[in-house]
Structure formats: structure tokens, C-alpha cells
Design a protein around this ligand. Sequence first.
Ligand SMILES: [Zn+2]
Length: 162
Amino acid sequence: MGCFDEFCIICSGPFSSDYNGNTETNWLKNVVVMKNDKSDAIIGTYDSYGRVVSLDKTKTIKISNSNVIPPYIGMKSSDSYAVHTACWNICNKPCNLNILERNMDLKGYWSQVFGFRKLEKDKQYWKIINPESDSVDGKKNLARIMDYFNSFCLYAFDQKGI
Ligand SMILES: [Zn+2]
């Protein structure tokens, strides 16, 4: 038994948040799932095993983010991919993404368990501070994410509801 991280297409950060009980990373587990068929997005929390449980706990959705650049050849309409709820909010709540390249900024820290310690050592920790927060690091991360989004997202459909 182990836990398996998946990574946000928009910011490249992990969906797991357990790092020394540090509450400032709690936002990482809050995710929104989108489907290729452009049906309504689902808000939930990541379970650390490749699944997202909806906030009302009525749905569990398997995601496969690790190698996904939506939409991709062979992608089924039922295929689901996820982004952080905070990243989704700051990018205007799209119900689908069409991107040129997923964000790989933090790829050096991707592994079965995200390299939080290495990130801190490399002084890159601000890249996992909530971009919706008012802190200096949060604002810095917001700018990083929006730079990526504005350069590599071709379009995002309007969100109709949850
Ligand atoms: Zn993100």
C-alpha cells in the first residue's frame, strides 16, 4: 500500500498536502475534476490514491493526470483530469481545458510522493503556496500560474455549474 500523487495541469503542484502537518499546503488536496465531454466540473478532494471524492461524497472519480495533456489523441469523453480548486478559480472556472503544454515547472519534484523537502531546500516552496492567498508568496505563485495559463491555454469553456 502506498499513496500516489497526481499533479495539477495548470500549476504542476501535487494534490497531496501532507507535509509535516503544515496547514498552508491544505489547499493542494482541494481539486476540480473536468471531463473531455465538457460536462459540468465536479469539486472534491483528492484521496491520495488517484481518486477524487465529490464534496457531497456521492461520487468518486478516477483521474489520470500524470501524463495527460487535454484533449489528447484517443482521449475518451469519459476520461477525467483534475486541477486544484484554487487554480481553477483564478483561471475563471473553465469546464474544460485545451492547452498546448501542461505546466511542468515542478516536474523535478514529481515522484510517488511529492518532493516537499527538496522544494523547500531549493527555495522553491513559494510555488506551492495558495495563489488565492494574500501573502507575498501566494501573490508570487499567482503570477507564475497566470503567466503559464496565458501562454499555454488555447481556450477554456465557460463553466455552467457544479
Ligand atoms: Zn494547481
